[in-house]
Design a protein. Sequence first.
Length: 99
Amino acid sequence: MAADNTSAFNCRYAVAAGPPRWSVHAYGLAVDVNPVENPYLDGGRVLPAGGARYVDRSRYQPGMAVAGGVLVQAFAAIGWRWGGRWASPDYQHFSATGG
Ligand SMILES: [Zn+2]
């Protein structure tokens, strides 16, 4: 994430509290796009830390996924859901499962 790499398949555990469980990325069913511009807000943490300047989603900057934007609409058109709508938003995350 810190290197701002867009990525899909990654055999890793989910970034979540509780016992380890496979991420949907481990099944190739999720894509993370521009992680710095679209950080994951896990409680008080910003992941990656370099994404702190993109936490204010009302200030659009290039590379950001935003509701109604072309990136979010393109994934929605194929039935994939956006983590930017979660209670702890993961703006970089798009998945076929919604998880
Ligand atoms: Zn993801």
